[in-house]
Design a protein around this ligand. Structure first.
Ligand SMILES: NC(=O)CC[C@H](N)C(=O)O
Length: 382
């Protein structure tokens, strides 16, 4: 066992905590967000929506089932740094391809454990979003707090254009046969409203997660993924029957190329947006987004589907939200967060536009909302 390496976490509020380095060494900063999911750290780390943020896990022990390459939600890890109470000293899982500390080192993610994550989470809950820095190279309190204050927050930053694909590509993989199929009704080419044909969809990659792509394929879509900055005409040149707008990092109001493209696409094809995609659609259609006090990051957020009255327990990861009062008359609130009554979904009253703030693809999280991919299929075909 190599000698322990000290590490420090400092917040712009002045709070400094010491722990131990359990990933790459170095110094990184960003907005500190806490995630309350009890498992799924690998999917969380590979969710591109975390770019520009430092992720703190509230579950006390992380790493106990290692890392499984095929569970990655994208090609790499995205958070600026990773914070936990305790990194498990061993992992036990027949599917594991790596230990979490070894993988974090390989991915260049600065990670710290030995942190009082309860105190830290309460601090963020009380004070709201805070910038922080995690360092294995600087133990000086004053200098660390100054660095946290100088760290850019996600406000005003278009990070979608940083994480997006460089070129268009097609995606054909559905769920693995062992995967729980409650996540969207499987497309079998028969008995489907609108006929048994597969539907061509262009998916804007603002930071897309692989389980969204798998869910679309599973529900009968042929998927072409395009970069975030793709103008509407170039997207339409793929001859899609529908448009999908993905999740992604940063401030939705700053994604100007996406906002311009989506403005040109409204009314031309049915559109479904998830998370950042939902926020961009809402902005284009006249609503306003703003940063929440500490966001929603976890796997147990109750949402009421106002069309069916049913409650779904949902996976969430967002720091910004659409302001309820800003929804114009032509938009209908379709989903409501039952913890804080924030906007969780909307649809256009006359155009074919539907969107949700949360993550029906789960990964990680409960499968309650997976049926939304089938609903999108019916929305397009119906
Ligand atoms: N997962 C997402 O798409 C997040 C959207 C946006 N970056 C936010 O933090 O609110």
């Amino acid at each position: 066992m190599s000698a322990e390496i000290p590490a420090w976490l400092a917040l712009e509020s002045g709070l400094v905590m010491q722990g131990r380095a359990v990933g790459a060494e170095g110094e990184k900063g960003g907005d500190l967000v806490f995630n309350t999911a009890m498992s799924g750290y690998h999917e969380i780390l590979t969710d591109p929506s975390y770019a520009g943020q430092v992720v703190l896990m509230t579950y006390p022990q992380i790493g106990n089932y290692g890392v499984v390459d095929e569970d990655a939600e994208s090609a790499r890890a995205w958070p600026e740094a990773f914070v936990m109470r305790e990194m498990s000293s061993i992992h036990s899982n027949h599917r594991a391809t790596s230990s979490l500390p070894a993988w974090l080192k390989e991915q260049g993610i600065v990670a710290i454990d030995g942190i009082d994550t309860r105190e830290l989470t309460k601090h963020v809950r009380e004070r709201g979003s805070l910038r922080c820095v995690v360092s294995t190279t600087d133990g000086d309190t004053t200098s660390l707090v100054a660095k946290a204050k100088a760290t850019p927050s996600t406000d005003g930053r278009d990070l979608a254009s940083v994480v997006t694909t460089g070129a268009p590509y097609t995606w054909a993989e559905g769920y693995h046969e062992s995967y729980p199929h409650e996540l969207g009704r499987a497309f079998d080419g028969a008995g489907t409203k609108g006929g048994g044909e597969r539907i061509r969809v262009v998916a804007y990659d603002f930071g897309i997660k692989r389980n969204i792509l798998r869910s679309l394929v599973h529900c009968g879509f042929d998927v072409t993924v395009v970069p975030a900055g793709t103008p509407a005409d170039d997207a339409l040149a793929h001859d899609p029957q529908a448009i999908f707008l993905s999740n992604g990092p940063g401030d939705p109001a700053a994604v100007s190329s996406g906002i311009a493209a989506v403005s040109d696409l409204i009314g031309k094809r049915p559109i479904f947006g998830i998370c950042l995609g939902h926020q961009i659609l809402s902005i284009v259609l006249g609503a306003k987004t703003s940063k929440m006090p500490f966001g929603h990051h976890g796997a147990n957020h109750p949402v009421r589907d106002l069309q069916t009255g049913k409650i779904e327990i949902t996976s969430q990861n967002h720091s910004f939200a659409v302001e309820t009062d800003s929804l114009p008359d032509h938009l209908e609130l379709t989903h409501l967060n039952l913890n804080d009554h924030t906007v969780e979904g909307m649809r256009h009253k006359t155009e074919k536009v539907m969107s949700v703030q949360y993550h029906p693809e789960a990964a990680p999280g409960p499968l309650d909302a997976g049926h939304l991919f089938s609903r999108f299929r019916e929305f397009v075909a119906g």
